[in-house]
Structure formats: structure tokens, C-alpha cells
Design a protein around this ligand. Structure first.
Ligand SMILES: O=P(O)(O)O[C@H]1O[C@H](CO)[C@@H](O)[C@H]1O
Length: 293
């Protein structure tokens, strides 16, 4: 079905990679973090780091996108054991969707219970500004509509059921915690909630596409995250996700604005520290509240 380099991975393949990693670190992470474009600074906050380049990890794809370092970092964040993907994989890099989500299954086999994802996204909601942080409350998986869902193929019940529910994809308690922590940190002016829509990329959206996505109920648009969320939920991990609004999408034919990746990375530099602070504080709160972990 897929060329060999793009095949989906079996339970045993995932287990072999997880065991390979566990043999080289004493850190047993309960929280797994995926860093979006230009948002990899979070990995640098981890203490007692044990880091692996993706190219050295059996079965791992390679990062090919600027702003995605390509390292898996184990460590502790305010005393809590974490594993952090400093860079993710995207459909447009040419990998099969089953392959770009492999690290999420490896998170599961490492013992991760909660997955925190960040991404850079274009703002569709007129009330959003560049620099806003959006707590994701739901998603629209457009590649999934076209059959490009990471769970396509034989289902291994050791990961999860054939037909997983997605109406509770984003954990409501964690969303509330995220909003509360954001308010406490003084981020109220730029903290939003909304629906994230993923497209395949790598071309940015046309004006007509942006207008359509907005009408469909999406608040932000990007090219990632939803595949990872589907796989995380399939295998029973809880999910919390944040979008950094790095640009306003173009919805007007008179506009001279043009979306570009440099602008996306630049916005990450400007708001990166606050994103890192929000995520690290969340991690601490998850630890302190047994109802969350
Ligand atoms: O979703 P992340 O990985 O943050 O990256 C976002 O930024 C890139 C476009 O600038 C796209 O890959 C889009 O998905």
C-alpha cells in the first residue's frame, strides 16, 4: 500500500522503539509534549535532559521543516518527568499520516498519560490578533474527511478500538485548567478558545478557502495537530492543545497581506516565552491534582 519507507508501524515496531528509548534513560515520562513551528524553546526548559536526534532513533522520521529542530528530549519540568518532541512531522513533508503520528504511539508505550500539543496557526476569527494564544476546544480534520486519517488500516486493539469517539477529543478539565492558568499568569488579554482546522498544506490557503473555513466554524487554521490528537485519543491519552495565532489569514481580495513561514516563526519568537510558561505551569498543576493524572 505505502512504499516501505512510508509504511505504518506495527505494535511491535512501536514497542521496539519505546524499549530502545527506555533503555537509555531513567526518566519515565507521564506527560508528552509536541512543539509547533518556532515553539521548540520549551524543550530547552527541561532539566536533567537526555536528548536524542530523530535520525538516531529507530523507525523515526526526520524533521525537514525550518523551526522544527528534530530532537526528542526527556527531562523534568518543575520536577515532573516529561518527554518533548522538539519538532513534529507534517503530511506535506511526504510522510504517510500513519508515520507522522508514530511518536504519539511511542509516547503511549513510554507511559505517557497526558499529551500537550502546540502549533502555529493562522487566525480566521476576526476577534483574534497575532500573538493570541488559543486553547483548542475542538478540531475539523479536513484530511480525515478525504480518508487521510491515521487510523486507516488494520486496527490493533492493543492501542484502541476500531471506531474511537472524538466528541471528547480535547479534555474539558484541562481546557478549563488552561484558561485558569492563563488568567493567573496575566494572559487574559490574549488568551482565547476556539476550533482548529487542519489542512494538508504546504500551500497556504486561498481567500475563498479561508472564507469557507470561517463559515464552517473554524477559528484558526494550520497543517498539523489533528492527526496526533486522533492517535492520542485512540490509545486513551488525554489531550490539551494550544495554537499560537502567528498571522491573520487573508479574507479580503483588496488585502496586500501574504502568509509566509518567516512571519510564523517571528510570531513564535515574540510570544514563545509566554507559551512556554503556560505549558510548564500546566504541567505543574497536572502533577498537583490527582484528578488530572
Ligand atoms: O503546525 P505547526 O507544526 O506549528 O506548523 C505550522 O507552521 C507551518 C506554516 O508556517 C505549518 O507547518 C503549520 O502547520
Amino acid at each position: 500500500m505505502f512504499p516501505e519507507a512510508n509504511k505504518g508501524y506495527s505494535y511491535d515496531d512501536c514497542k521496539a522503539t519505546a524499549d530502545w528509548l527506555l533503555a537509555q534513560t531513567d526518566i519515565q515520562p507521564r506527560v508528552g509534549i509536541v512543539c509547533g513551528s518556532g515553539l521548540g524553546g520549551l524543550a530547552e526548559m527541561l532539566k536533567d535532559q537526555v536528548a536524542f536526534n530523530y535520525k538516531d532513533i529507530p523507525n523515526f522520521p526526520q524533521s525537514t521543516v525550518h523551526g522544527h529542530a528534530g530532537r526528542l528530549v526527556f527531562g523534568t519540568l518543575k520536577g515532573r518527568a516529561c518527554v518533548c518532541m522538539q519538532g513534529r512531522f507534517h503530511l506535506y513533508e511526504g510522510y504517510a499520516v500513519q508515520r507522522i503520528t508514530l511518536p504519539i504511539r511511542i509516547f503511549k508505550l513510554l507511559g505517557v498519560e497526558t499529551v500537550i500539543l502546540t502549533n502555529a496557526a493562522g487566525g480566521l476569527n476576526e476577534d483574534f490578533k497575532v500573538g493570541d494564544i488559543m486553547v483548542i476546544k475542538d478540531h475539523i480534520n479536513l484530511p480525515g474527511f478525504a480518508g487521510n486519517n491515521p487510523l486507516v488500516g488494520p486496527n490493533d486493539e492493543r492501542f484502541g478500538v476500531r471506531f474511537p469517539c472524538m466528541s471528547d477529543a480535547y479534555d474539558r478539565e484541562l481546557q478549563q485548567l488552561g484558561m485558569d492558568v492563563g488568567q493567573e499568569l496575566g494572559y487574559g488579554d490574549f488568551l482565547k478558545e476556539g476550533v482548529y482546522c487542519a489542512l494538508g498544506g504546504p500551500s497556504f490557503e486561498t481567500i475563498a478557502e479561508c472564507r469557507m473555513l470561517h463559515k464552517l466554524g473554524a477559528d484558526a487554521v494550520g497543517m498539523s495537530t489533528v492527526h496526533e490528537v486522533v492517535v492520542a485519543r485512540h490509545c486513551g491519552m488525554r489531550v490539551f492543545a494550544l495554537s499560537l495565532i502567528t498571522n491573520q489569514v487573508v479574507m479580503d481580495y483588496d488585502s496586500e497581506e501574504k502568509a509566509n513561514h518567516e512571519e510564523v516563526l517571528q510570531a513564535g519568537k515574540q510570544r514563545g516565552l509566554q507559551m512556554e510558561h503556560l505549558v510548564s505551569t500546566m504541567v505543574t498543576r497536572i502533577e498537583h491534582n490527582n484528578s488530572y493524572i
